[in-house]
Design a protein around this ligand. Sequence first.
Ligand SMILES: [Ca+2]
Length: 92
Amino acid sequence: MESAIKTVVQQFLSSARGKENLGAKNFQKLVQSQLGNIMSDTDSSSAVKDMMRGLDDNQDGKVSFQEYLNLVGYVANAWSERKTGTQNSAAN
Ligand SMILES: [Ca+2]
């Protein structure tokens, strides 16, 4: 689990290239290269843009680390539902 957490953090840092936020292009690259097997629609740039808009809580057009963690939580939750066949309360 520690290595998974390190990977999640490291992935954001390397994708953001030293900045505090992921811009649209870097976000799209990250999703397509890292989440293509677990999420559907990552090949569609309009779907990825919609995803980014949904994550962008403060609507600055960029994905902060916190907003990125929401994506990680969402993906983890969806994966858990797939594995257990149940709805987790966190999704509601
Ligand atoms: Ca934002």
